[in-house]
Design a protein around this ligand. Structure first.
Ligand SMILES: *Cc1c(COP(=O)(O)O)cnc(C)c1O
Length: 399
């Protein structure tokens, strides 16, 4: 190893530790569920997973994955266009399209890959991409890869500025407006009715990454687009199979048949990276089927979220308002957020603190994520830990 390089890496890591922003991995030894066993902390209630509907350890979902492993083996050993396309990919992709109300869809090994494969494929010289400043990192990187396109950013959910940016790029073609459906650090929803309206005015297409909205928003869990009654009015939807829909891995792009065929032909992650493992396709398919036949899960998630929010407010916390299952509590400095999440972990509640540079300086937060699988008892125990810790660290007044 190059000694100077090693010393640089160690120095950089030391400064993260001094700043209180160094991440320590924690090791779980049981399936993802409302309560897990953690090597470092014992039995804990999880309020930081994306397992919104509790499908990660749902027996139908797990069994489907096992059957997939038996039927198709461990992997595809190929990219899609060579010999990595199995019949289950087609079944899953037709199912996703039907679920979201689009013509077609295409799976990727992660939504990260879907986003990094999308923009560079559809935006060439002369095109433009207009993006919300708080969009997910995978959108930001995906947009960067479309290096020939004109790229503009608007202030978070600022529709006046979105209009100005669209005006500035109106000679470009195509024009793409891209937004998260549910913003992951704020838990708020994109103003999709306005965005779709503006896009129409300027002849732009709309891409919504609904990774935190799928399975969560809308009456039947079809996402933020269903929530706003805009089904069929959004051109492109990207999303993950790694959150509410079973939580394994995998992502997708859903849209018109011509768009999906174009991605099959030219999207670089499709051409140069392995296909989604068949076993994951099987468990994800079972997760969508399960959600379809148990739409009440979405209502339970909403009730749990309302219950936990009300509990936090009763104790004296002031979470950011919002309609999704993400409940952020702004606490100020990064190191403080980490102190609080460490104290909660000692009390058996696993919830993550986020600070700079993931969120702007001074707006570090504890991000609570609710699951339909949480029981009242688990939520009450978690709330009692929040109360004790809040008093101990002085954000709720002294005990
Ligand atoms: C989580 C998330 C992703 C990444 O999904 P993976 O399938 O884990 O790569 C992409 N976009 C958004 C908005 C997300 O919240």
């Amino acid at each position: 190893m190059n000694q100077a390089f090693e010393a640089k890496l160690r120095g950089d890591l030391e400064s993260l530790k001094r700043a209180g922003t160094y991440k320590r991995l924690r090791h779980i030894t049981t399936p993802m569920a409302p309560e897990v066993r953690m090597e470092e902390a014992g039995d804990v209630i999880v309020l930081s997973s994306n397992n919104y509907l509790g499908l990660a350890d749902q027996s139908e979902v797990v069994e489907a994955g096992k059957r997939g492993l038996d039927q198709y083996g461990a992997g595809t050993a190929s990219v899609r266009f060579i010999c990595g396309t199995f019949d289950i990919h087609r079944t899953l992709e037709e199912r996703i399209a039907a679920f979201l109300g689009t013509d077609a869809s295409l799976s990727y090994v992660a939504c990260w890959n879907a986003n990094t494969g999308l923009f560079a494929t559809i935006c060439d010289q002369g095109s433009a991409i207009v993006s919300d400043e708080l969009n997910h990192a995978s959108i930001i990187d995906g947009v960067r890869l479309a290096s020939k396109a004109r790229r503009e950013r608007y202030k978070h959910s600022d529709m006046q500025q979105l209009r100005e940016k669209l005006e500035a790029v109106k000679e470009c073609f195509p024009i793409v407006v891209v937004t998260d459906g549910v913003f992951s650090m704020e838990g708020d929803l994109a103003k999709l009715p306005e965005i779709v309206g503006l896009a129409k005015e300027y002849g732009a297409i709309v891409v919504v990454d609904d990774s935190h909205g799928t399975g969560v928003m809308g009456k039947t869990g079809r996402g933020t687009i269903e929530h706003y009654d805009l089904t069929g009015k959004v051109d492109v939807i990207t999303g993950t199979l790694g959150k509410a829909l079973g939580g394994a891995a995998g992502g997708f792009v859903a849209g018109s048949a011509a768009l999906i065929d174009t991605l099959i032909q030219r999207s670089r992650p499709q051409l140069f990276s392995n296909a989604l493992p068949a076993t994951v396709a099987c468990s994800s398919l079972a997760a969508i089927d399960y959600l379809d036949s148990h739409p009440e899960l979405v209502g339970i998630l909403r009730e749990n979220t309302a219950y936990f929010r009300a509990g936090l407010e009763r104790i004296g916390y002031r979470p950011l308002p919002g309609e999704s299952a993400i409940v952020p509590i702004i606490v100020g400095e990064t190191a403080f957020a980490i102190t609080i999440s460490d104290a909660l972990l000692k009390r058996g509640v696993f919830v993550t603190g986020f600070g700079f540079p993931v969120v702007p300086e001074g707006t570090a937060r504890i991000r609570v994520q609710i699951s339909a699988a949480l029981t009242k008892d688990e939520m009450d125990r978690a709330l009692s830990a929040f109360e004790d810790v809040g008093k101990a660290v002085g954000i709720l007044g002294k005990p």
